[in-house]
Design a binder for this molecule. Structure first.
Ligand SMILES: [Ca+2]
Length: 325
């Protein structure tokens, strides 16, 4: 698989078009181990190790910079066992009165099928390359589908509509940091070697879904046979070998690194931290919108990116931390 269809993952703030563009798209048929015990802060020790990072999988996207497979050594660190939840993020807001980028801009991208009829009537703009992302005024972490929605019933779901700035601010408040891409991938693999997913090479195990992605024809109908349309609680499905939940699917997770497809070719082999500058930050893990027919970036080696001020209803994060000796 060599086609780069990056834009499906999420949209950037600078990709807004008039909503009338949607009508022109509706007829487009091509749119288609050794782990520490979890500590009191919900983190777990990921041990030092050298692993085979990246993939040359035929299902991968070489133009994303997934390959070549190379040896990378990662120092021990702590990682949240789950994505940061709405409940956790609410504590941060209560303590700091932080204003997220979605609130500052006054809008965020919401997937079209989750928008109420009332809110939809007010939508006038969509993302240019991904018209299923509608610009919803008043959409933010607390109101994920717009002003007439609320997270009250989803406190154990991952917080969404997170920009990289928001994720970084939360991490700093919590005396943590975002994981590097190398840390994220090493942890996601859960001790397995060059497997496609955190649990192995097959998408289902014994016919059972292992993650929250899309089933059906994207972007029209999600059959949600994995149990969820939209986000799932952060401890849904079985954890991987390191005790980490939902490293595939559910929500994209911001990483610390700036993104370039070529960095891997010159990266150091011990604790690579990404390029020194860039236009977009890396994201990992895929989301509830990913589907094999369109964007199979719920593989552990898959990569995506977005500008650090962008947010949408499928972007969250989890925190890492250094080990203090
Ligand atoms: Ca699903």
């Amino acid at each position: 698989m060599t086609e780069n269809i990056h834009a499906c993952c999420s949209a950037s703030r600078n990709q807004v078009l008039g909503k009338g563009y949607i009508d022109g798209c509706r007829d487009n048929k091509s749119v288609q181990g050794l782990t520490g015990e979890e500590d009191l802060s919900g983190m777990i020790l990921i041990p030092r190790g050298t692993f085979l990072m990246g993939t040359d999988d035929k299902e991968g996207f070489p133009s994303d910079g997934e390959g070549p497979v190379r040896n990378v050594t990662v120092s021990p660190f702590l990682l949240d066992t789950t994505a940061v939840t709405n409940e956790q993020f609410a504590s941060f807001i209560e303590a700091t009165n932080y204003v997220t980028d979605a609130e500052r801009f006054g809008w965020s991208y919401v997937f079209h099928s989750f928008i109420s009829e009332e809110t939809g009537k007010k939508v006038t703009q969509v993302a240019s390359q991904t018209p299923w992302w509608w610009v919803v005024e008043g959409a933010n972490w607390r109101h994920p589908e717009g002003p007439d929605s609320h997270v009250d019933e989803r406190l154990d779901h991952p917080v969404i509509h997170m920009s990289w700035h928001d994720a970084d601010a939360y991490c700093r408040w919590a005396s943590k940091r975002l994981p590097t891409e190398a840390e994220w991938e090493y942890a996601a693999r859960g001790g397995l070697i060059q497997k496609r997913y955190p649990w192995g090479d097959e998408l289902k195990l014994g016919g059972q879904h292992q993650c929250n992605i899309w089933q059906g024809k994207f972007p029209d109908k999600d059959h949600a046979s994995d149990g969820y349309s939209g986000t799932a609680p952060v401890k849904s499905y079985l954890p991987n070998g390191y005790g980490l939940y939902n490293m595939s699917g559910n929500v994209w997770e911001w990483c610390q690194d700036w993104f370039t497809p070529s960095y891997r070719l010159s990266a150091e082999s011990i604790d690579p931290r990404g390029p020194s500058s860039g236009m977009a930050r890396s994201m990992r893990g895929g989301s509830y919108l990913c589907h094999k027919s369109y964007c199979n970036r719920y593989r552990v080696a898959a990569r995506s990116k977005n500008t650090p001020d962008s947010s949408s209803g499928n972007i969250g994060f989890r925190c890492a931390a250094d080990i203090v000796l």
